[in-house]
Design a binder for this molecule. Structure first.
Ligand SMILES: [Zn+2]
Length: 234
């Protein structure tokens, strides 16, 4: 029963400490960080797109104004030299304004392109991480299936073993197991307690030797149940 329980403890520990689990946790954290960066860049791109549309509209508005002024001049609607001069100045100023707005337009477009490159980098990293996470999940599931199968086998085998033991002995064993690092019973092998690894003296050994086979023997040092075997050295 102790052997079965120890193996179950070991398997549960293995199950909890799978290297894939640690890597999955680490990668999931990194993925979240990169995803947050990507989200920030998307917001930046949205803001820049709004800015770009605004500059586009401004350019269109100034161009419309320029066309109206030119049309008026072409149609000969302005005849007064003073008005013509003023219109000439206005057209020059509109021309400068268009130039400046078009520079802004270019600048915003460059910023958008740069942000899009940055976003593509983050998205590629997220996709790469997802691929690795998928591989890790498969490896994790395969290992868990093997461990769980063995766990079930050991747990199924434990039932009949426990049934064959006196109830109070099982209780004692469980109590010792809880307080002594999972080991409640140990084999007495070559005069040594398998629990605390201390050797028994000859007086104790001969006392044990004289006890009936079904008497529960305890280690004097660690208190654990000592199981006598053919290798006990008695
Ligand atoms: Zn001991």
């Amino acid at each position: 029963m102790q052997e079965l329980d120890s193996r179950v403890d070991q398997l549960r520990h293995q199950r909890a400490k799978l290297p894939e689990l640690a890597e999955i946790a680490e990668l999931t954290g990194k993925r979240t960080d990169v995803d947050n960066l990507a989200r920030d860049v998307r917001i930046t791109i949205d803001d820049l797109t709004v800015e770009q549309k605004k500059v586009d509209l401004d350019v269109e508005a100034v161009k419309t104004r320029r066309k109206r002024d030119r049309d008026r001049m072409d149609q000969g609607l302005i005849t007064n030299p003073k008005d013509l001069e003023r219109m000439g100045h206005e057209l020059e100023s509109l021309e400068r304004r268009i130039g400046s707005l078009e520079d802004d337009e270019l600048e915003v477009m460059e910023k958008i392109e740069e942000a899009q490159r940055e976003l593509a980098g983050y998205e590629a990293l997220v996709a790469e991480t997802d691929e690795r996470l998928a591989v890790l999940a498969v490896a994790r599931d395969e290992k868990l299936a093997v461990i769980d199968e063995e766990l079930q086998r050991h747990e199924a085998a434990r039932g009949p073993v426990a049934e064959g033991l006196p109830e109070d002995l099982v209780k004692l064993y469980l109590r010792l197991r809880a307080s002594k690092g999972g080991v409640g019973a140990a084999a007495l092998r070559a005069r040594e307690c398998g629990g605390c690894r201390l050797s028994l003296d000859s007086v104790e050994l001969s006392r044990i030797k004289g006890l009936p086979e079904d008497e529960v023997v305890r280690c004097e040092e660690c208190d654990r149940i000592l199981v006598r075997t053919s290798e006990s050295g008695l």
